[in-house]
Design a protein around this ligand. Structure first.
Ligand SMILES: C[S@@+](CC[C@H](N)C(=O)[O-])C[C@H]1O[C@@H](n2cnc3c(N)ncnc32)[C@H](O)[C@@H]1O
Length: 184
């Protein structure tokens, strides 16, 4: 089954978890992976789906053994294991990375749809990621909405500053990429 068919089928079963009808487009995936370098010791991707962004991350020369993937959906995890041997695929919510993941992450790349989530869930996900990241490391978040994908309350709680990309029209729906950091 193609990635598109798998994605659409899972979206129809679990629309509130997946929140997009198609995987991220290539231009957006490249923007999401922009800060990854082959020298990074450990990177995590959360909400990896069928792996479009994963592929862009690995295309930067990061060895797969240094990439951890977190994904709620079991069918997507199966696809990720097939496509990306060497990566560690966790069929777990991202907020549980503190129990199983590697620390001192150089970056976290997030396809998790944070924008529609309540503040407590946003905070659980970002708080877990920040506790595993090196100081000042980027938390890269995709969004389809017109505003920042983490609420003002959550940004204030974790003292996050951010920069954002231009809107990427060649995506369904059009997307923007935010890079959040806790100033060191
Ligand atoms: C919009 S899709 C993006 C998938 C993929 N990153 C892409 O760009 O094509 C959101 C993904 O996040 C996953 N997801 C939602 N909540 C999650 C959570 N708390 N932890 C991990 N994955 C989650 C969904 O199962 C889905 O695969």
């Amino acid at each position: 089954m193609s990635d598109l068919s798998l994605f659409l089928g899972q979206f129809l079963r679990r629309p509130s978890e997946i929140r997009a009808i198609a995987p991220t487009g290539r231009a957006t995936a490249r923007e999401m992976a922009r800060l990854v370098t082959p020298q990074m010791a450990a990177v995590a991707e959360i909400g990896a789906g069928t792996g479009t962004i994963t592929q862009a991350i690995l295309a930067h020369g990061l060895p797969p053994e240094r990439l951890e993937l977190y994904e709620l959906n079991a069918a997507f995890c199966g696809r990720l294991r097939e496509r990306f041997p060497g990566t560690r695929v966790h069929n777990l919510p991202a907020q549980e990375m503190v129990n199983v993941g590697r620390g001192d992450l150089d970056a976290v790349i997030s396809g998790v749809p944070t924008l529609p989530m309540p503040d407590e869930l946003q905070a659980a996900i970002v708080g877990a990621a920040l506790s595993m990241m090196k100081p000042g490391a980027p938390f890269v978040q995709i969004t389809y909405g017109p505003v920042a994908p983490l609420s003002e309350t959550v940004r204030a709680r974790f003292r996050l500053v951010h920069e954002k990309s231009r809107r990427i029209w060649a995506n369904l729906p059009p997307a923007r990429v935010y890079v959040f950091r806790q100033p060191a």
